[in-house]
Design a protein around this ligand. Sequence first.
Ligand code: MSP
Length: 514
Amino acid sequence: MSAKPSYYITTPIYYVNDIPHIGHAYTTLACDVLARFKRLDGFEVLFLTGTDEHGQKVEKSAAAAGKTPKEFCDIVSQRFRDLAEVMKFSNDDFIRTTEDRHKRACQALWNKLLDNGHIYLDKYAGWYSVRDEAFFGENELVENKENIKVAPTGAPVEWVEEESYFFKLSNFEEKLLSFYENLPATVLPNTRKNEVKSFVEGGLRDLSISRTSFNWGVPVPDNDKHIMYVWIDALTNYITAAGYPDVGSEKFKNFWPADIHMVGKDILRFHAVYWPAFLMGAGLEPSNRIFAHGWWTSDGQKISKSLGNVIDPFGLVDEFGLDQVRYFLMREVSFGKDGDFNRQSMINRINSDLANDLGNLAQRSLSMIYKNCDGAIPCPDALSLDDKTLLDMVDCLLVYVRDCIDKQAINKYLELIWKVVSAANIYFTAQEPWALKVTDPARMATVLYVTAEAIRQISILSQPIMPDSAAKLLNTLNIPINERGFEYLGGVHRITSKNSIEKPQGVFPRFIET
Ligand code: MSP
């Protein structure tokens, strides 16, 4: 066992029927921020992402592209790896459901559920939506504008009648309802938890978990006429990457149950109803938390290929810069709620929060140190009340932001840091160190010292969101790499006077529309 506490975080695995868009980048970015935060806070992290490569939807997309499913998956899956590189996602593993380790885990889970009496063979007759890869009861269908019955998501449905294995989901109602009441919260935000609860309270039907009408998937053990339903296959990825079926392995013992599965609100039911039931059925502990975030729209409209308003994350990073995009996506929307992507809001955030607030504070104060203090952090004199007030604010930030991160309130975490950025700006302007240079150089030195210390701590805390820009600021301050963890926050490890600094370079340029 590692001496560090463990933290296992997962993204949904992405369907390879489509190239990555902003929604995919958003989910993984949120996980990346949480993973980076936890590492800096002393945890041993396993951060998993990957691609969901089986099922009818992918089989059909491959056929439409004139490729075999495997060829098609290899190409599209690579785009998700490219996205991870461009967005600097710090995932420790990238799982593909077409890997052997995953097939082994799926079949082992299946056998366990079978042995425990939760699977039986019967016939399925009902509606199926390939786009949603989901079964629907007659009562769940809605009529679209053309008076055709469709899934609640608007996706077309087809009538399916075939032999199928079923999972006895109906046996898990009570267990699931008590799982939702576990503390700390197992499903967040609370509004989503209530939706899930009322769905379960409404009664659960057994779930069809195999299909015979297509081939692209994991075969059912001892009956390969049947292919596992893509969601049982997909959800299993979370235990595959933790080492399942080797439940006695150090890795599995260390990382299972997962601390958090981050998902979009559209796939909450699969994660908060089916997945804990499968795990309980197999005698495994259910995950500690499922968090459902909201959806992005573009200028108020649903993002869709047919509307031609899909936002390409690669293009955004090219145009605005990586840390700018990361900051905007995490700051603009209250995490858990829907948000609207709008170009002007992005530019406003870049110019006000980054260029004006943090960028100017750093550039003005560090340039003064570089020019007026022999290029080194000056020695402070006795601290005034204003100095102490600012330092106290900085020193206690970790306690508050840690609480935000533990609730996945990522935008709040940034709001709190920016409150301190703003206080530091007010302090710097009010103290007028440029005037003190003539009237009281010792006091100027103190003001510059206090500001540099505030920038050091703000930069350390900004690393999860803006790894490159925070590193540039910490490099300018010459903070050693091994002194950038959260144990270096607070008053115990103040910035060292006489530490030479590098010539400050602007870290957050203004965005000027051409
Ligand atoms: N393959 C399944 C997940 C299996 S997990 C065991 C899947 N894949 S997906 O590629 O369709 O979607 C992946 C994630 O992207 C979902 O969490 C979904 O909510 C998210 N988003 C897709 N479009 C989005 C927006 N417009 N905005 C925010 N996130 C959205 O579902």
